[in-house]
Design a protein around this ligand. Structure first.
Ligand SMILES: CC(C)(COP(=O)(O)OP(=O)(O)OC[C@H]1O[C@@H](n2cnc3c(N)ncnc32)[C@H](O)[C@@H]1OP(=O)(O)O)[C@@H](O)C(=O)NCCC(=O)NCCS
Length: 180
């Protein structure tokens, strides 16, 4: 299988791309046989993604494997006044908030269709997503352990900066500053 990864160039995100992302979302998080799963996937693509795409610093990367969209990853500039940044500010210790929260790149999600997993697609998406970001730091939340997502991130320089922030989830940070 051949995979290519590209940063999506257009704003707003076109219908065909949103439909392809909804299909990946459904395959990863839902049950294609359930109408409520389909509604949830459409809501992600039409409402949540569209709202996030309007934020400063938005960046979307898409992978295509053998002609089919196999995965995506995206994020935007996280700022105080947004839900997650404000929630973090009341949840993690203040020294971490001061260092990490605000004007960070917020990696919202990275998803690969189950049919294409275990072949390095997420690694390609990750590297394209963080390449050239102007931010000094990046943040995301995921459940640590011997699982695909933490393995993916920990292998690429992300570190736990606060444990147990949301149930089992940890806050992961990546220092994006480059040596002068
Ligand atoms: C996490 C996810 C994106 C990984 O996609 P993928 O294309 O299969 O990942 P890759 O093949 O690029 O592998 C990434 C790393 O995870 C490891 N990995 C893959 N599957 C694994 C598994 N089941 N258990 C443990 N490690 C695993 C790989 O060995 C690789 O590690 P390496 O970089 O040290 O070699 C995919 O599992 C997914 O979409 N999960 C659901 C959504 C999700 O949880 N996203 C993260 C939210 S922050």
């Amino acid at each position: 299988m051949t995979t290519t990864v590209q940063t999506h160039p257009d704003q707003p995100i076109d219908r065909a791309t949103r439909d392809a992302m909804a299909a990946v979302y459904l395959a990863a998080y839902g049950d294609p046989d359930l109408p409520e799963s389909r509604l949830d996937a459409d809501d992600f693509a039409d409402v949540t993604l569209t709202r996030h795409a309007g934020r400063a610093g938005f960046k979307l990367v898409l992978s295509t494997t053998d002609g089919q969209v196999s995965g995506y990853g995206y994020g935007f500039t996280g700022r105080r006044g947004q839900f997650w940044s404000d929630w973090l500010a009341t949840t993690v210790p203040s020294d971490i908030v001061e260092t990490w929260v605000g004007d960070h790149f917020e990696l919202v999600d990275m998803v690969v269709d189950p049919a294409f997993r275990g072949q390095g697609v997420a690694g390609l998406l990750h590297d394209e997503l963080v390449a050239g970001l102007p931010h000094e730091r990046a943040l995301l939340a995921t459940v640590p352990g011997d699982r695909a997502a933490p393995r993916l991130y920990e292998g690429r320089g992300w570190q736990v900066v606060a444990a147990d922030i949301d149930g089992d989830k940890a806050l992961y940070g990546l220092d994006l500053r480059r040596p002068a």
